[in-house]
Design a protein around this ligand. Structure first.
Ligand SMILES: [Zn+2]
Length: 124
C-alpha cells in the first residue's frame, strides 16, 4: 500500500482552494499593464513649490540627448536633457500647438535634483 487514498483525491481535485494563486490576477493586471505602457507621471503640485525659471528654447543646442522623460499621455511633458557636460529640463505643452521651454543649464547633480523635484511636484 504505497498510495494513501486521500492523497489521490487531493491531486485530482485541481479546482480546490489548495491551488496556488495565479500571478495573472484579473484585478491586478490592468494597473500592471498601465505601468508598462505609461511613463512617469509627475505628482500633483505641492504647496510651497519652487518656480522654475523657464526660458524660451534657443537654438544654441548642438546635440541634445534626452535621458528621461515623463509620460506622453500628459498635457505637459518634461524631458531631462543632456548636452555636452550640462543638463537641463525641457517642458512641452501639448495643448494648443507645442510650445517649448527649458530650464537653466545645470551640472548633472543639480539637474538631477531639479528633475526629481519636478517629478515630486516640488518644482514647476
Ligand atoms: Zn501616462
Amino acid at each position: 500500500m504505497t498510495t494513501l487514498p486521500w492523497s489521490r483525491s487531493y491531486n485530482s481535485n485541481s479546482g480546490s482552494p489548495f491551488r496556488p494563486a495565479t500571478r495573472r490576477d484579473p484585478m491586478a493586471s490592468p494597473s500592471q499593464l498601465g505601468e508598462e505602457y505609461h511613463g512617469v507621471h509627475p505628482l500633483a503640485l505641492q504647496a510651497g513649490y519652487k518656480r522654475v525659471a523657464w526660458q524660451k528654447c534657443d537654438q544654441r543646442t548642438t546635440r541634445v540627448r534626452v535621458r528621461e522623460h515623463t509620460c506622453e499621455c500628459q498635457p505637459i511633458v518634461y524631458e531631462l536633457c543632456q548636452a555636452g557636460g550640462l543638463m537641463f529640463v525641457r517642458r512641452f505643452y501639448r495643448g494648443d500647438g507645442v510650445r517649448e521651454h527649458q530650464s537653466e543649464w545645470l551640472r548633472a547633480p543639480a539637474a538631477a535634483r531639479l528633475w526629481s523635484r519636478i517629478l515630486l511636484g516640488q518644482a514647476r
